[in-house]
Design a protein around this ligand. Sequence first.
Ligand code: NAP
Length: 290
Amino acid sequence: MILLDGKKTSNDIKDEITIKVAELKKQGKKTPHLAAIIVGANGASITYVNAKVKACEKVGFDSSLIQLPEDVSEAELLAKIDELNNDDNIDGFIVQLPLPKHIDEHKVTLAVSPAKDVDGFHPENLGRMVLDLPCFLPATPYGIVQLLDRYDIETSGKDCVVIGRSHIVGSPMSILMARNNKVGNCTVTLTHSRTKNLTEYTKKADIIIVALGKAEFLTADMVKEGVVVVDVGITRVKDDSKKSGFRLLGDVKFDEVAPKCSYITPVPGGVGPMTIASLMMNTLQAIDMK
Ligand code: NAP
């Protein structure tokens, strides 16, 4: 079993981006600038946003963190998005999800200019992805593609099962794995909560991408020997032995599944860091696309 080390791979990508940013600066070009909007004080969201800002600093990007109160109105948030859309200094920005219930997430996604949508959630970017046109790929699926690519994992002709059909992970992931690309050319089955006899699908799969948000859901009896498993899930569980008071669990029962795998991502240290690296890659791409 080989561990798909997202932490190391994301650091490699960040090192490559650092060199490119230094070159841009040397040529007197603009320093890439990523902004992030966060609404409210959700602990996990703050951790993710801070990690993104820290990654920006590491590669030499400029970054701005815009913190809005939990009770900010939808109109105020949309006005802030409009401001960032029209700010030439900002090359890309994200609105950290989830948003409070009184804000319509779809409206927010549609408000972000596709040219600055480095999370790759806007329908224009998703449509361009389907058509194989240049676009910002959604950050988490893009990170997974990068990880599979950099470990040279053969995907062509393989059976891939994706568990979970969210708009930000499962659905785009299924499209990317089926595309005619180096990482792609799989026969993909997209499964969800209404799928009957899920194990019948997972048992036959060469590659399983698990993104349903249920801790330790995928167990050893659900997979075949030699499978490649990518675990997207992140669930915080109380753990008094940790300084933070919690630990992170993936959607895969790692200890029992890992011995059957040819490759597997750990949690933490797998897909999470790759999502951040993709965001950096998309921000650099935003400069190129200008
Ligand atoms: P989501 O929007 O909650 O979607 C979950 C999906 O799982 C839904 O499509 C749901 O089906 C499906 N599902 C639920 N129970 C199932 C079951 N028993 N069998 C098969 N499918 C089932 O989740 P998400 O936003 O994609 O996130 C999934 C997980 O990934 C979460 O733990 C999240 O924290 C994590 N995540 C991690 C990263 C990262 O960078 N590592 C990024 C994003 C998300 P229905 O559609 O039928 O309801």
